[in-house]
Design a protein around this ligand. Structure first.
Ligand SMILES: Nc1ncnc2c1ncn2[C@@H]1O[C@H](COP(=O)(O)OP(=O)(O)O)[C@@H](O)[C@H]1O
Ligand SMILES: O=C(CO)[C@@H](O)[C@H](O)COP(=O)(O)O
Length: 480
């Protein structure tokens, strides 16, 4: 049996799946936790990857592996291949003012036209601008900029600081893929190239793609990973395992699910995301919908919220229950939670773009202030934010036949039931699984054989549509 492996190095953990190349059947899996926080030393991701791979039985009998991961995080390397400072993650909002500055300088319309996105604090370019302004000495030392999956892929192939890796700090060997590159705000899904002017504007230093020869004027240019297409290989591990291109986690999930026209994916992990695979690239000058690339060679219009599964974690903790307890409480309340509305901007928010916002609870009366309503209001508020995102994705031309609900919180029965009431569309909850890591396994198989595998994904029947417009109406009023 030929085995392939996929990895999801996500915000909260690292997950590994090992699958049979022929059938796609799951053979082994492993996971390891990541620390809390929006600023993280990438060394802990490397450690977690090694632990998760070991828990999944290792790579000794595996022919190919590919790493998908959380998008946008800024990993800055010096000329010795050392990480200069902790990575700023996608959910770190300190670069909100930098995002505003970049938009003021370039223009939202120009950004959308050039790279398919308008900067928000999540995107890598804004973190580089923040570094330029807040830590100029660190900005001056930057020799390469990578994303989390790029850096892990490089490390897995044996590169890194001389005292930590067999192959040493060859920055020219850095790679990324289209999907993750498109989340930087200096690589365009439509053009398929880096916009080096936008990169330089962000960091204040010139950049060049790895492998591109520098001349005298660009000799101090910062190295940006070479962008691989679907099915390309990044190289091999020192032990000879083929390494696929990797992907941003949402593009990885689309690949793992085999998402096709008519499928809109709603993922409820640390982030909440709504996205679809489309043939034509999207450029939304309002910045609501990001015109990302997918991992199969086309496009992935996407909205993201900063407040998803952890909203439920926080309210469950407050109520002194576990996830099952939260579900039972929520299901025991009426739709609309007795008029209680939770606007869940605990971490600020990205959609809508309110990086400094805080969460709030509305509509409490003595009678309505009971745990069941609070549990239900948390789920309704979190899902209403994603339903607003679905409207935005529809507004750029995406038409869905069904919604595929994935991510850690999708397995919660109350989340699935309330989703069928909040989304005016058929909701399907695929079998529990690690779809991002599965996307990595699909990439590994693709790089190994040259052909995208046609593994089947178990799809449950859609939940009956049970739309309750009053839930979104009272949420919209409270949010306003
Ligand atoms: N049954 C459940 N109900 C609600 N939330 C859940 C449930 N199971 C897991 N979660 C939450 O899902 C999140 C992890 O989901 P995951 O998709 O792995 O996140 P990420 O990819 O961002 O690391 C955690 O916040 C966890 O508490
Ligand atoms: O910022 C985005 C997408 O633009 C997030 O989706 C991150 O990619 C993190 O994903 P999770 O770890 O929450 O799945």
């Amino acid at each position: 049996m030929t085995l392939v492996a996929g990895v999801d190095s996500s915000t909260q953990s690292c997950k590994v799946v090992v699958r049979d190349l022929e059938t796609g059947a799951l053979v082994r899996s492993g996971r390891a936790a990541h620390p809390e926080g929006t600023e993280v030393d990438p060394a802990v991701w490397w450690e977690a990857l090694r632990t998760a791979l070991e828990a999944a039985g290792g790579l000794a009998d595996v022919a190919a592996v590919s790493i998908a991961g959380q998008q946008h995080g800024m990993v800055v390397l010096d000329a010795e291949g050392r990480v200069i400072r902790d990575a700023l993650l996608w959910n770190d909002t300190r670069s909100a003012a930098a995002a505003r500055d970049l938009i003021a300088e370039v223009g939202a319309d120009a950004y959308a036209a050039r790279v398919g996105v308008v900067p928000v604090a999540s995107f890598t370019a804004t973190k580089l601008r923040w570094l330029r302004d807040a830590e100029p000495a660190n900005a001056g030392r930057v020799a390469a900029v990578a994303l989390p999956h790029d850096w892990l892929t490089w490390r897995l192939r044996g590169y890194g600081p001389a005292d930590e890796s067999p192959l040493g700090p060859d920055l020219e060997a850095l790679t990324t893929d289209r999907s993750d590159a498109s989340g930087t705000a200096y690589w365009g899904a439509a053009s398929g190239t880096y916009d080096l002017d936008l990169f330089e504007r962000a960091l204040g230093r010139p950049g060049r793609e790895a492998g591109a020869s520098g001349d005298a004027t660009t000799s101090d240019a910062v190295v940006l990973p070479r962008v691989l297409g679907p099915g390309e290989s990044a190289g091999r591990t020192p032990e000879g395992v083929l390494v696929g291109p990797g992907a941003g986690d949402n593009a990885g999930a689309a690949l793992g699910l085999g998402a096709a026209e008519g499928d809109v994916v709603v993922s409820i992990g640390t982030s909440g995301t709504v996205f679809a695979v489309t043939d034509a690239p999207v450029a939304d000058p309002s910045g609501t919908v990001a015109g990302f690339a997918d991992a199969s060679g086309v496009s992935l219009p996407l909205i993201a919220t900063l407040n998803a599964a952890r909203v439920l974690d926080a309210i469950a903790r407050l109520l002194g229950v576990d996830h099952d307890g939260l579900s039972s409480l929520a299901l025991s309340a009426e739709p609309g939670a007795g008029g209680v509305v939770l606007v869940p901007y605990f971490e600020g928010e990205r959609t809508p773009n309110l990086p400094d916002a805080k969460a709030s609870i509305h509509g409490l009366t003595l009678a309505s202030t009971v745990p069941a309503n609070l549990a239900r209001a948390a789920i309704e508020g979190m899902l209403c934010g994603l339903a607003d995102g679905l409207d935005a994705v529809r507004a750029v031309g995406v038409r869905e036949r069904r919604i595929l609900l994935i991510g850690g919180a999708a397995q919660n029965p109350a989340v699935a039931a309330v989703a069928a009431q909040v989304f005016d569309a058929a909701v399907v909850v695929p079998a529990p699984g690690e779809y991002v890591a599965d996307g990595g396994a699909v990439q590994a198989a693709w790089a190994l054989t040259g052909t995208r595998p046609s593994w089947t994904v178990e799809a449950a029947p859609p939940l009956p549509v049970d739309t309750r417009p009053e839930i979104r109406a009272q949420y919209a009023a409270a949010r306003a």
